[in-house]
Write a protein that binds this ligand. Structure first.
Ligand SMILES: [Zn+2]
Length: 331
């Protein structure tokens, strides 16, 4: 399709040049001023391909999405374990601490950053040890110790010691009602969710590189600079809590009288633009939701990410799941 629906998104992105900025520090013991490029900080997977440690469709020959950066250690002790500390990347509040080896993230910490231009989360995974006093609600400045870098996952050996790293993510939470969606999905019956709303499926990341490689950024501007790849229209029974928690992503219309929504997604599956629609809006179609349009140049990437079906013509499993989670409060 052609037309203005995505052009409007990029125009608004240009307008978002607020004067505020959020300070970011490097979240490990590496000295940011010494880093010349990804080769100086990324930890590749077994493939040894540098890009496999980066953000995007970099896993399994481009068929699996990696939602963060894998940052390699600076130092190791005699046993080969990293000696790097892991630091809060920016000021915020500890939101979740998982000390157990009960999922792919291993020991991990999630922080929320209510004072950033949009309240993003940061996530720090595979830690060897957690700072003992960490608990939800603890307010921390940038650069405070969260723990020690490691290779924890579902157990201590799922990631080999020589590939120990910090998995670092920045992003948004899809739904505060994630558990309701999880419990209703038959695929999850035999797989308990140990992490509540801080389950990785409920956290959608953006590329942290522009935030980490500068000393300060406007997080909202960085978030809005992601191109729109696809749009849907949606008729939920209740306003999704996503747009209530992230009102900065509202692009138009009136929330109070919305009969539905026009929602623009990045190719990764982040719902970055929301327009409230009146019942008479011709974009609203019958049914709970429908695919509205696809930006042609992103179609191959959307198929790879399974935002679209294999033939590129219908919604794919990733998009279907994102919409299901976003509307979890309508159940
Ligand atoms: Zn990772």
């Amino acid at each position: 399709m052609t037309g203005g629906w995505f052009q409007r998104a990029s125009c608004l992105g240009l307008l978002a040049t607020a004067a505020t900025a959020t300070e970011f520090v490097w979240p490990t013991s590496l000295d940011r001023s010494q880093l010349r490029g990804p080769e100086d900080y990324l930890q590749p997977t077994e493939s040894k391909r540098l890009e496999s440690g980066g953000f995007g469709m970099v896993r399994d020959d481009g068929h699996r999405f990696h939602e963060g950066l894998d940052i390699r250690p600076l130092g190791r002790n005699k046993s080969g374990d990293p000696t790097d500390l892991v630091f809060s990347a920016t000021e915020g509040v500890v939101a979740y601490v998982n000390p157990r080896l009960n999922g792919a993230y291993g020991r991990y910490v999630v922080m929320l950053h209510p004072r950033a231009e949009i309240p993003v989360y940061t996530l720090y995974a595979h830690l060897a040890a957690l700072q003992p006093e960490l608990k939800p609600g603890l307010v921390l400045g940038a650069g405070k110790v969260l723990g020690v870098m490691g290779h924890s996952s579902t157990n201590e050996t799922a990631i080999p010691r020589d590939r120990a790293h910090l998995h670092f993510e920045v992003g948004l939470m899809l739904s505060a009602q994630f558990q309701a969606w999880y419990d209703a999905d038959a695929d999850n019956r035999n797989l308990p969710n140990h992490h509540g709303a801080f389950n990785g499926q409920n956290l959608i990341g953006l590329d942290p590189t522009p935030l980490l490689t500068r000393s300060s950024s406007n997080v909202l501007t960085v978030l809005r600079s992601q191109p729109v790849a696809l749009a849907i229209t949606l008729r939920p029974k209740r306003t999704p809590d996503f747009i209530t928690r992230y009102p900065a992503l509202l692009k138009g219309g009136e929330v109070a009288t919305a009969a539905g929504w026009y929602v623009e997604f990045s190719w990764q599956g982040m719902p970055i633009g929301w327009t409230a629609l009146k019942a008479s809006d011709p974009r609203l179609r019958p049914g709970a939701w429908s695919l509205f349009g696809v930006k042609e140049e992103y179609r191959p990437l959307l198929v790879q990410r399974r935002m679209l079906s294999a033939n590129g013509k219908a919604a794919g499993e990733t998009l279907i799941r994102q919409v299901d989670i976003l509307t979890a409060n309508s159940r």
